[in-house]
Structure formats: C-alpha cells, structure tokens
Design a protein around this ligand. Structure first.
Ligand code: GLV
Length: 306
C-alpha cells in the first residue's frame, strides 16, 4: 500500500527523501502518475486538485503538507478518510523570525535608511524602543500565538486579537471587533495571521485598515484574500499606511503589472515566510501516522466549519 505525494508539484525530491527517511518501506506514488489507484492508502498533499481524492477507494487518511487549509475548504466534497493539518513548530518559528525582521525594519526605519543610502544622504531619526512600539497580531491560532510570543519576548508591546477570548503569556489578548477598533489607532505594526475563510475574506478593507495609526505598517503572512488590495493601495498612496511587507497576494505569483511591485513603501516576498520544511514536516506526519494506525486520532484534524 502506497503514499500519494503531491506538494503542488514542488520539491518532490526533498519530500521523497524525507518520506524514505522517516517512513521507510512505504512506496511513494507521485501525483499525477497513479497507475494503481487502489494501492493508495495515505495522501500527503498540498493544493491538490479538487475531486482527485475520490479516485482512491482504499484511502485511509490525508495529511496536508501546509498549515493553511483554504484549498481543502474549496473542495466541493471531502473524502470519507480523515484529513489532518500540518502544525510544525519549525514553520511557526520560521514565520516568527520573518515577522520579527519586518517589525524591526519598521521600528528602526530601515526603509528610510535604504532610500537615504541611494542618495548618499546621512541623517538619523529618533525611534521608539521596542517596549514603546506596539504590534497587533490578528489571529491567535497555533502560528499566530507563537509569533506573538516571540515578538513579546523580543521586548515589543504585543496585543493579540482573535474572535474568541484567548490567554497567552506575555501577550495582551483582546477579542471582538470593538476591541480591535479601539486598539488599531495605537498600533504601529499590524500583523495579519488570520486563516482565510468566508468570514475573513477581505476583512482588512478600508473600514478596518483606515483605523490603523497614521504611518503604521502592515505585515501579511496569511493569505492575500484576507486583504482588499485596492483599499490597501489607496491607504499606502495617501501615506496613511506607511509601509507594508506582503508575502501573500490575491493572485500568486503576483502579476508583473501589480502596483505592489513598484510601490516605494511595499516589500514583496514570494509566499516564503513559512515554507514547509520536508524534513521536520515528515517527522511530524510519521509520528501522527503511527498514532493513527494505533487508533489515536492526531490533534489537528481538519473539520469543515460550514
Ligand atoms: C503556507 O502558506 C501554508 O499554509 O502552509
């Protein structure tokens, strides 16, 4: 019985090597060449085409190779087999360091110094120390809460916002829209780590983003569709939002004609803030698969919310 592998077609050699290392003896079948659909017992997938999993009658479980599950939300029907999200502490740490880098960038005005260097211009400006620099994290799931704690441990004044109440050491947890609207005018950097769902679609639009402190910055590491990109551009052009580090976009790859590429206050990265590391991910999946075969349900089961 075999493992079906599809990481959206990327880096299959690395996934294959990790599977051979942590799940030795299990044949690997790379999508889309599946000569014997009956032989597929487990699927290790990311952004897999909707409808394909129905072709494997002996499928026992599905392990997603990423933490975001919006591609599963888009499946019109789900297989009978249980599906599991990947929550990898190594990925959360990677994303925390990405976020910390940009928070420091905005706190220490590195964008201004980059511009000044091009003009051979020497001038320095006072900047707040970390405890006086307010960061608000949107979304306190496994990843968002870890990032919030890393920022807090580095001395920043961190609030975390979620729809339901949370309690996270070192982080001022707030919930509900009123609390968010009260908090935004004091926020220096807003970090978006919200999952993309029907309720978060373009949640960051003019009505929310315009409440951010004038000159404040935005970091988006969740999904592009959580932001209304037109509204963000309007606020960047007016200077209300002073800078943005954007890792995710409505359309990926970001089209060449997107104004984000050329915007002087925007930093574009190609959805790399937390790329899954096959070695750490397969170690986690191998443990979950062993639990599953022993009748223990892995913790992060994907359950469709609607
Ligand atoms: C990447 O975007 C992921 O959801 O793992």
């Amino acid at each position: 019985m075999a493992i079906l592998l599809n990481n959206d077609g990327h880096w299959h050699d690395k996934w294959r090597a990790a599977i051979l290392k942590y799940l030795p003896g299990r044949p690997i079948v790379e999508y889309p060449n599946v000569p014997e659909p009956d032989a597929i017992e487990y699927a290790f997938i990311w952004k897999h085409p909707a409808g394909d999993l129905e072709k494997y009658p002996n499928l026992k479980a599905v392990f997603s190779l990423g933490s975001g599950v919006d591609y599963l939300d888009a499946f019109p029907i789900l297989p009978d087999a249980p599906m599991f999200r990947l929550i990898d502490p190594a990925m959360a740490e990677d994303m925390a360091l990405y976020t910390l880098y940009w928070v420091i960038h905005f706190q220490r005005l590195f964008g201004i110094y980059q511009t000044q260097q091009k003009q051979a211009h020497w001038a320095r400006y006072p900047t707040p120390l970390a405890p006086a620099f307010k960061v608000t994290m949107l979304g306190l799931g496994a990843i968002g809460s870890h990032i919030a704690q890393v920022l807090a441990k580095n001395g920043f004044d961190v609030s975390g916002w979620s729809r339901s109440p949370k309690d996270i050491e070192g982080v001022k947890c707030i919930h509900g829209e009123d609390a968010l609207f009260d908090n935004l005018p004091q926020t220096d950097v807003l970090v978006c780590c919200l999952p993309f769902t029907k309720t978060t679609y373009e949640f960051l639009s003019l009505s929310v983003l315009s409440k951010l402190k004038k000159g404040g910055a935005l970091i988006n590491i969740s999904r592009g569709a959580v932001i209304n990109e037109e509204d963000l551009l309007t606020l960047l052009d007016s200077g209300h939002i002073g800078g943005a580090a954007l890792d995710v976009f409505h359309t990926e790859p970001l089209p060449r004609n997107s104004p984000f590429w050329q915007h002087p206050n925007v930093h574009v990265t190609p959805h790399m803030s937390g790329a899954t590391n096959p070695d750490t991910a397969v170690q986690i999946i191998a443990k979950e698969l062993a639990d599953f075969e022993n009748g223990i349900m892995p913790r992060y089961r994907y359950i469709r919310s609607d």
